[in-house]
Write a protein that binds this ligand. Structure first.
Ligand code: ADP
Ligand code: TYD
Length: 207
């Protein structure tokens, strides 16, 4: 039995898969249907998190791989303390654009750090809370990179990584989510509307 009454949803996938677009449309639709929603993200939702995100984006050359994971973990601990746990206690539906599985895929599989250690530290940062539902937006790395370059936003440190890094991250997500019954895999190559419809109906079913 969980001690909080809210509902926690994470949205995962590689950069450019359409997570942020999906998270925003889901939050809007759920609010219009009078559900109490919090839309949040990792990294960078809290004041500390914003400082951490700036370091990760702008001063990547100062940060070794282990420190990189620990910075994401610090962001996560603060996020749970300030946003997730209070939200769950208030019975909110929380939609988080990325969460712990991003560290497993990017730092564990992408950077090839120790997976078991990442799992342990993640769980400690999250007070052993896990998402009730994960929406995995699945897309090939080539299409994702094309979308990122078309988006014309400043590229993050990760978006400048090599294609082999992306292949490891994508394979990582596949491995992490294999056989998990609280994970809904959605084909991210579909139109925004199709992606939204699939995601929305799985949330309504799970609530
Ligand atoms: P992420 O948050 O996963 O990095 P975004 O939601 O920012 O991805 O989407 C990346 C780009 O692709 C944006 O320009 C967005 O408008 C576009 N996009 C999002 N979903 C789709 C879709 N289903 N089909 C085509 N383009 C999409
Ligand atoms: P950001 O621009 O904040 O978000 P997004 O690209 O998802 O819209 O970039 C965050 C980057 O950090 C993104 O490339 C994924 C990566 N990341 C990790 O490597 N590990 C993590 O634990 C998290 C949460 C994100």
């Amino acid at each position: 039995m969980r001690e909080y009454s809210g509902f926690l949803i994470s949205i995962e996938g590689i950069d450019g898969s359409g997570k942020s677009t999906l998270a925003q449309s889901l939050a809007k639709a759920l609010m219009e249907d009078n559900h109490p929603v919090i839309l949040t993200k990792e990294p960078g939702q809290t004041r500390l998190g914003k400082k951490i995100r700036n370091i990760l984006q702008q001063e990547k050359n100062l940060v070794c791989d282990k420190a990189e994971f620990l910075l994401f973990a610090a962001d996560r601990a603060q996020h749970f303390e300030e946003v997730i746990i209070p939200g769950l206690k208030k019975s909110k539906i929380i939609i988080s654009d990325r969460m712990a599985d991003s560290s497993l895929a990017y730092q564990g599989y992408g950077r090839e750090l120790n997976i078991e250690l990442i799992k342990k530290i993640n769980s400690w940062c999250m007070n052993s809370i896990t998402p009730d539902l994960t929406l995995y937006v699945d897309i090939d790395e080539k299409t994702a990179l094309e979308r990122i370059f078309r988006r014309k936003q400043l590229l993050t440190a990760f978006e400048k990584e090599s294609i082999t890094f992306w292949k490891r991250v994508k394979a990582g997500f596949e491995e992490i989510f294999k056989g998990k019954n609280n994970v809904i895999k959605i084909n991210g190559l579909q139109s925004q509307e199709e992606v939204f419809n699939e995601a929305y109906s799985s949330i309504i079913k799970a609530l």
